[in-house]
Design a protein around this ligand. Structure first.
Ligand code: UDP
Ligand code: MG
Length: 312
């Protein structure tokens, strides 16, 4: 059994050594045939320096450095693209996904499960604002896409065949958590308690999270587009009623005054049109991205590619 462990790192200089020190003995307790695919997602601190040193000492560490920050989703994709093992485990680099669960996940894989999903027992300690945003996002996402993921996480074990299936999809704008649910296969879950971050702070910026959320929803649902049609119909109806009222007033000679109505109408309809255009634009830009067919990430440096070849 060969295990590939995928870990994305972005500006995690305080965390890299610590994470690797904890993870390696755990992997070694399961099998000597492991690789760690560590992806440096364009860090600006010493993350790559530390990571490349570790890779020089340990041939099992396959280190990949992106040319810039492409985002966690891209780092996960890069990891999956390079998996050499029979199974891969995805884990955050900040130990919020407790690596102690890895042996248990592997045991479930041995029992024949293709996907083992880590499910958050609770969301861990979060800032109230972040918690509110995250929970409302998942509520909306579940409503729109029909895929319930409120406590889903990227802490996952995937069998080789799941990874091959995932690689065969050539979508560029993905939301990994949702896609894993979409893929199907024989699935089970384990519950884990989200550990507090020991070093550094969360690497998500508000804009980064916003982009991820919009991407996630538009990748999985075109319901927002349907809303526009409904909204349009509603406004058409209102316009009809107000139009009739105005005409009646006009002919009965009690007209004019109505500047308020005009202004309100302009504002409401103008707003609705702008919102709708923005929404359509989002979908079009996604089509544009897919059509361009640009790679999801660019590698700048790579150390110890294909560690398993050397192990055999
Ligand atoms: N990460 C990444 N690229 C990014 C943002 C985050 O590779 O642009 C990595 C980060 O280094 C960490 C993992 O993704 O290993 C989870 O990030 P973080 O802990 O900041 O997210 P949170 O736990 O707050 O959801
Ligand atoms: Mg984290």
């Amino acid at each position: 059994m060969n295990i590939s462990l995928i870990i994305p790192f972005f500006n995690e200089e305080d965390q890299v050594d610590n994470t690797l020190d904890i993870v390696i003995p755990i992997l070694e307790s399961v099998t000597p045939f492991y690789e760690i695919i560590a992806v440096d997602d364009g860090s600006k601190d010493r993350t790559w320096f530390i990571l490349s040193n570790r890779a020089q000492d340990n041939p099992n560490i396959h280190a990949i450095r992106f040319s810039r920050n492409f985002g966690k989703e891209a780092a996960i994709c890069a990891g999956l693209d390079h998996v050499g093992g029979d199974l891969a485990i995805l884990m955050d680099g900040d130990l919020q996904h407790p690596p102690q669960y890895i042996p248990q996940m592997v045991r479930l894989w041995e029992e024949g499960y293709d996907i083992v999903e880590g499910v958050k027992k609770s969301r861990g300690k979060e800032k109230p604002f972040y918690h509110f945003m995250a929970t409302s996002f998942y509520k909306i996402f579940t409503k729109l896409s029909g895929v319930d993921m409120a406590n889903a996480s990227d802490f996952k074990l995937l069998d080789r065949k799941v990874i091959d299936a995932w690689k065969a999809l050539d979508e560029k704008n993905t939301f990994f958590r949702g896609l894993a649910a979409w893929l199907g296969f024989k699935k089970t879950t384990i519950e884990f308690e989200v550990a507090p971050r020991t070093h550094g702070k969360s690497k998500w910026s508000l804009t980064g999270l916003w982009r991820l959320s919009v991407n996630a929803i538009t990748s999985f649902s075109s319901v927002p587009l349907v809303f526009i049609t409904w909204g349009g119909l509603l406004f058409f109806f209102l316009a009809l009623i107000i139009g009739i009222i105005t005409l009646v007033r006009f002919f009965s000679g009690t007209a004019v005054e109505g500047f308020t109505t005009v202004i309100l109408l302009l504002l409401i309809i103008g707003g609705a049109i702008m919102m709708s255009l923005g929404l359509i634009g989002t979908y079009i830009s996604k089509i544009y991205d897919e059509v361009k067919g640009r790679p999801r990430y660019l590698k700048m440096t790579e150390l110890n590619p294909r560690p398993f070849d050397k192990l055999r």
